[in-house]
Design a protein. Sequence first.
Length: 134
Amino acid sequence: MKSTNIVPDQWQRFCEDFSRQHRGWLVTTSILERSSQVRAADIDESRAHRTARDLPFGGLSLEPNRRDLMLLLGEGKLHVTEHITDVIRIGLLETDEGAHAGLRIDKSNDTGVLLRFRVAARPESLDGVAASER
């Protein structure tokens, strides 16, 4: 697993593109303790605190203060909105083959959020449209 850091002045565009490409993909999210000390390849998810499991990805947006993110998961009656404050790093997680596996978001307090797709894939390799996009 590799992590590609997104330059902060590109966060707005990245969030828009990432949300459009991955809307409807099933995700699991977890809180990472001491996130800055752990490389993407070494993340031990068994020690992470899971916050959501197998919910459809709704979107990721950058707040106007340009330091906070809003993460939307689920649809209909089952939805979660997570406000991620004081973000210092966004990393796109990819397999060695270049398939998107998720995101790692590091915060200034040395914690982070791990968003993992149920199935790693290249967005262009999937056909069809998520039900929420119809």
